[in-house]
Structure formats: structure tokens, C-alpha cells
Write a protein that binds this ligand. Structure first.
Ligand code: GAL
Length: 661
């Protein structure tokens, strides 16, 4: 079936947000039409939390109210991103099917009265979700307002109930083939954990001490697969009636219950939600991190920022307000990295209810407000960027990212609570972002041949295939940096025996790690090059590599801390400790220089963010944001699409989209 491109239908980039007209009355709907027109909104996400209205009792659907809104939006020139409402089952559903309510690891069954009160493995929930998706698709599959299908909303919840246990066992049989293989994979020979019947196996519920790590990792994989199956059922029910693209909005970056690479392959358009967790320039770096991940999950294809907040930064238990101009800056950061538009949660701020204090495009204060003025200015700006639709981004550097490695670092029993997955990834990305380099994320088994430099900040788990892939990458001329605590276990979490990391990678790096020596909390060590490091150290031997910096303390004195190995036509670097920020920045700077990677626009000073989007026909656009305190003259003035005129300098906080013929 030919799937229509979203931007073709919209005639440009998407702009709008979650729209719940069911919270309001006809007077407000009329004002919504006017304000959406004023703000140049062209896409509204409708129906996300509408299950209780759409199916007021089991099997009886009421679509007339939705018909009216879709027709109204269509008449107002706003296309619809129609959601299936399955993230929030109505109370009648939970009362009729209490076994479909989610259960926590400690056995507590949750009740209705919130949202996400479902277990994705519960048969009654799956059936009800398929039914309502099919009913919506049948009714609206070719509605003229319909531009996109939005399955569910953020598949993020977990469940440990008996339905989950039953489905987990089916999954384990398919993955491992036999109970003996499960026992072997999980090394149940230890701690008297041997299973003698499938029915004995449970999800990793609360237990006395460490839960079995293999069980926990397999459970994460299972849960992602189960959730993906639930998504696919809805998608296929929709596809039977509709040729519009289907997506589900992924929550980046903190929720790691899904293998997002797998979701990226199953959606017609990757869409993500982004809410920064730090203010100021950190929020801009967070936006870039998530946007680069979204593009990578999409395999480089266009994707969509489905949700962000006009005034929402979650930091330390507070919701901080964005600074004036952030609405444009953050949206452009996503668009620079391939998003086909910018959407928000939500159009109009709820007057009451669970998200009453969440920011929106039309705040409680109404349209006469700074927020709405900035929203309108953004709509105006995006309406001028239609020519960017379908263009793509090029990166010469990749950061490796694998959900399996992430899940593996969440199991019980790791040697330091300061070892984490996301932190090192963010840091690697941030360091490259500060250097003005455009970055992809890549899976360790992807073909890496197009990258000059690859960073592996956190690859605790590494499959044989990935280790071999990395070896080949270096042999063929790539520059690879592997950081501490990487390549230690295979896909079953079995340690690599005979020295870390996995053998083919050892060959590429020319080292062998023999012993881990975690550092005490707060302890700082100095390396022979004067840089300092914390958290971790390792006793390693070079086997062909040269020591670039050595430890200077304790039993590791004189032993290599940072190594470089000329292997094949490439370079394999290994960093066995956690360098401080300036040491890490210097190292990454050196690797960029060695690998011949220049900043995206080397003539611009640090602090000016720049990304280029390329069209297939040779046109290109440079998207710039000035994070510096002063005005920056542009070495190469150009035509700015945002203002429609020539641009010679960028004021502090200013943005530009320069068309380079
Ligand atoms: C998103 C969610 C929205 C809304 C928003 C608030 O994660 O999809 O429905 O709750 O968070 O930040």
C-alpha cells in the first residue's frame, strides 16, 4: 500500500499539538478555530484520551461528537493526527476486567482513576484495544482531515501480573527452546534457582535480595516485544482501512522499557516527545540529544517532534518556565535535526484535572499572553520553512546506543551504583555538541562504514556480532573510542572469560583488561598527562596498543589508563576510567582532529549551534542558534528564511535558517 507523506498532505512542516475539545464547549471551539488560524496551526492530535467518550460502554461506540470535531477542523484547514485512545482505558473497562489492571513488582494491583491503567499482556485489554482501533479506522480511514494515525500514547508502563507471567513463559520458550537452555542462560545452577517446570518461572517480581540478572534482562526484552506486538495489532487493524501513515509517539530519553530501534522499524514515521530536564543551555543540549536519537531511530528518514512543552522544563521536582525565545530555539533544534515540524502538549491548558498546571499553546491567561504570542511567531516561522520538508541530515560521527546494553546495566548486582547508561551517552553527545559536530546514534551491529569516528561510551553488553562489527570497522579505517565497563558480557550476560572486552574487540583495541578497580565515592585520581578521573579504574595490559596516559596511584601506578592501537587502517582507543569534563573534551577533540572531522561550520565560534539539512536535489539549509552572550557576525551572510531577508549577524539567543543555493 502506498503510504502518504505527512508533509505532502500538509503542504509544509507540521505545527500544532494535542487537542482535547471534549474538555470545552462550543464557544471555546469557535475561539479555537480562530486562534489556530491566527497561529497557523495545521495539525491537531485528537482523541488521545477519548476512550470513555468514544466507547461509553463495552462494544457501544459513539462517534458523532468526533465526526463533528473532525469536520470542523477540516473546515478550518487543520489536518488531524487521530489517536487511538488505548493509553487510558475508561473506569467501566477496569471494573469489567480487573485482571487487566497493572500489577507492580511487589504484587500491588493498581486501580483506575489515572491513566495507563492497563497491562499490555492482558488478553481483555488487547482485544478491546484492537477493537477500538479497528472501529476508528473503519470510520475515519479516509476522512479528508486525516493526515496521520497516532497509535496509543507513549507505551511506557510495565506490569508483573499473572498474564504477564504467562506471556513471558511463551516468549522464553520461543527464545531459548528448552527449559535447560533457560537454566543455562540464567546460570540458575547458582543460588539454587534451577527451574524444573515452565510454570515456576515468574517475572522479576520483588524478592529477598538480588534478582537473577538474566531473568531481568530477558524480561526487559520480552516486555519490549510484547508491547511492540500490541502496537502492531493496532497498526495492522488501521492499515486494513487506511493509507495514511501510522506512528506511535516514543518518550525520549529516560524511559527505557522499549527497544526503540525495533519500534523505529515498525512505524511509518518515527515520532517522539521531548521534555528537557534541565534549564538554559542544557535544555538545548537535551533537545539536540533527543532529536539526534529520533533521526537515528528513523534510519535518517524524516521524523516528527510529536510533543514538547511551551513552558515546560522538569528540573528537580519543579516545572520551570522556559525563557523567552526557547519555544522557537527548541523547536528549531529538532527541525534542524530532521523533524518535519513541531507539535506540543497541549493546545489549550486544562482548566482542571490531572495536568491543569502543565503548560500549553493557549495558557490559562488566554491569547493575550507572551506564550501565545511566541506560539504564533513560531507558527509564522514554520510556515516559511516548508521547502525543508523531506530533506535530511549528514553526520560523520556516531555514538553507539543499544537498549540491551541499557537494560543490562539495570540488573541487580553491578559493582558500582555510579555506573549508569544514560549519563555517559549524554556526556559523549554533549561533548560533540559543544564541538559543533553533528552526531548520529547507531546500533553496535549497524554498518558503521560511513562514520569517521565512533564513540562507545557504555556498551557493558556486547554481542559476538557487535564485537566483530566493531573490529571490522576499525580494521577498515575507522576511529573507535571504547570507554570503561564495556564489552564485558554477551547477550546472555555471561562474562567474557580470559580478559575483557570481547575477543574481537580486544584485537582491535590491542589491550586486555584483567581487573576492575572501582574508586571510592568522591575519590579523584590523576593520570600521567595531568587529567583527573573518578568513579572507576581498571588494570589492563597492552597487547599491541600504546599507552597514551597512565595511572599514577596505588597498584596501578605506571599502568595504562588510556590507550591507542593502530589496527588495520584504523585506530582503536580505549579509556579505562571516567575522565573529568575537560580531559574528556580534550580527548574527544583529539579524536575528531585525528579522524579528520571538522565542526559543521568551523568558521563559527563555539556556542553557535549549526546543523545542515540537505535536499536530494542539492539545495541545503543551515539552521543556526546563537547560545553566546554576544552578537556573532556571520562569516558568510545569507538569505534567512525566518525573516525572509539577508542576514549578516546573529544576536544573542537568535536563530536563523540560511538557504545556501
Ligand atoms: C507526555 C504525555 C502527555 C502529557 C505530557 C506532559 O509524556 O504524552 O500526554 O502528559 O507528557 O508533559
Amino acid at each position: 500500500m502506498h503510504i502518504h507523506r505527512l508533509t505532502d498532505r500538509l503542504g509544509g512542516l507540521a505545527f500544532g499539538g494535542d487537542y482535547s475539545p471534549e474538555q470545552w464547549d462550543a464557544d471555546v471551539w469557535k475561539q479555537d478555530d480562530e486562534l489556530m488560524h491566527q497561529a497557523k496551526v495545521n495539525l491537531a492530535t485528537v482523541g488521545v484520551f477519548s476512550w470513555a467518550l468514544l466507547e461509553p460502554e463495552e462494544g457501544r461506540y459513539d462517534f458523532e461528537w468526533l465526526d463533528a470535531h473532525l469536520d470542523r477542523l477540516h473546515a478550518a484547514g487543520v489536518a488531524v493526527d487521530l489517536a487511538t485512545p488505548t493509553a487510558s482505558p475508561p473506569p467501566w473497562f477496569s471494573l469489567a476486567h480487573p485482571d487487566a489492571l497493572p500489577v507492580g513488582p511487589d504484587g500491588t494491583r493498581l486501580t483506575h482513576g489515572s491513566r495507563d491503567t492497563y497491562c499490555v499482556a492482558a488478553p481483555a485489554y488487547r482485544l478491546a484495544a484492537r477493537r477500538i482501533a479497528a472501529a476508528l479506522a473503519e470510520r475515519y480511514g479516509d476522512h479528508p482531515a486525516l493526515a496521520l494515525w497516532h497509535v496509543h500514547n507513549e507505551y511506557v508502563s510495565l506490569c508483573f501480573c499473572d498474564h504477564t507471567a504467562a506471556a513471558f513463559r511463551v516468549w522464553l520458550r520461543a527464545r531459548h527452546g528448552s527449559l535447560d537452555a533457560v537454566n543455562e542462560a540464567w546460570n540458575t545452577a547458582f543460588w539454587s534457582q534451577r527451574y524444573t517446570a515452565w510454570e515456576q518461572i515468574l517475572p522479576p517480581r520483588a524478592s529477598q535480595w538480588h534478582r537473577n540478572p538474566g531473568q531481568s534482562l530477558d524480561f526487559s526484552r520480552f516486555w519490549s516485544d510484547e508491547t511492540l506486538a500490541a502496537y502492531r495489532e493496532q497498526r495492522d487493524a488501521i492499515r486494513a482501512h487506511s493509507d495514511r501513515p501510522v506512528t506511535t509517539n516514543l518518550m525520549l530519553p529516560g524511559y527505557q522499557n522499549l527497544d526503540l530501534w525495533a519500534f523505529g522499524r515498525e512505524v511509518d514515521l518515527v515520532s517522539v516527545n521531548h521534555y528537557p530536564t534541565a534549564p538554559g543551555v542544557d535544555a538545548a543540549a537535551h533537545a539536540a540529544f533527543d532529536a539526534d536519537r529520533a533521526r537515528s531511530l528513523a534510519g535518517g528518514a524524516p521524523w516528527l517532534l510529536m510533543e514538547s512543552g511551551t513552558n515546560t522544563v522538569y528540573a528537580g521536582g519543579r516545572v520551570l518556565a522556559k525563557e523567552p525565545g526557547d519555544i522557537l530555539r527548541h523547536s528549531l533544534s529538532h527541525i534542524a535535526r530532521g523533524s518535519e515540524g513541531a507539535l506540543f502538549f497541549q493546545w489549550r491548558q486544562s482548566k482542571a484535572g490531572a495536568e491543569q498546571w502543565h503548560s500549553s499553546m493557549v495558557p490559562h491567561a488566554g491569547p493575550d499572553s507572551r506564550t501565545f504570542r511566541e506560539v504564533t511567531a513560531l507558527g509564522e516561522a514554520l510556515s516559511r520553512l516548508g521547502e525543508l520538508a523531506g530533506s535530511s541530515v549528514r553526520a560523520e560521527v556516531a555514538v553507539l546506543h543499544d537498549s540491551n546494553a541499557w537494560w543490562a546495566m539495570n540488573v541487580d548486582g553491578l559493582p558500582s551504583s555510579e555506573l549508569d547508561y544514560l549519563g555517559p551517552l549524554r556526556r559523549a553527545h554533549r561533548t560533540l555538541w559543544d564541538a559543533g559536530t553533528t552526531v548520529d546514534f547507531a546500533h553496535p551491529e549497524h554498518d558503521l562504514g560511513r562514520y569517521r569516528l565512533v564513540l562507545a561510551p557504555a556498551l557493558f553488553l556486547l554481542t559476538d556480532a557487535a564485537a566483530e562489527n566493531l573490529r571490522r570497522y576499525v580494521a577498515a579505517g575507522g576511529t573507535l573510542l571504547v570507554q570503561h565497563f564495556s564489552g564485558l558480557v554477551d547477550e546472555r550476560l555471561h562474562a567474557r572469560l580470559g580478559g575483557y572486552p570481547a575477543a574481537p574487540l580486544r584485537e582491535a583495541l590491542g589491550i586486555r583488561v584483567e581487573e576492575h578497580r572501582p574508586l571510592a565515592q568522591g575519590a579523584e585520581i590523576t593520570l600521567s598527562d595531568g587529567s583527573t578521573a573518578t568513579v572507576w579504574s581498571e588494570s589492563l595490559r597492552t597487547e599491541g596498543a600504546e599507552a597514551v596516559a597512565a595511572y599514577t596511584h596505588g597498584m596501578l601506578t605506571g599502568r595504562p589508563a588510556l590507550t591507542r592501537h593502530a589496527f588495520g587502517s584504523g585506530q582503536g582507543w580505549y579509556l579505562s576510567t571516567r575522565l573529568d569534563d575537560s580531559g574528556y573534551r580534550d580527548l574527544v577533540g583529539r579524536l575528531l582532529a585525528d579522524a579528520g572531522v571538522a565542526a559543521e561550520l568551523p568558521d563559527l565560534p563555539p556556542g553557535v549551534e549549526a546543523v545542515t539539512r540537505y535536499a536530494a536535489d542539492g539545495r541545503r539549509w543551515q539552521l543556526l542558534t546563537n547560545h553566546r552572550a554576544g552578537t556573532v557576525p556571520l562569516p558568510e551572510p545569507g538569505h534567512d528564511l525566518l525573516t525572509g531577508g539577508p542576514l549578516h549577524q546573529l544576536p544573542p539567543g537568535g536563530c536563523a535558517v540560511l538557504h545556501r543555493p
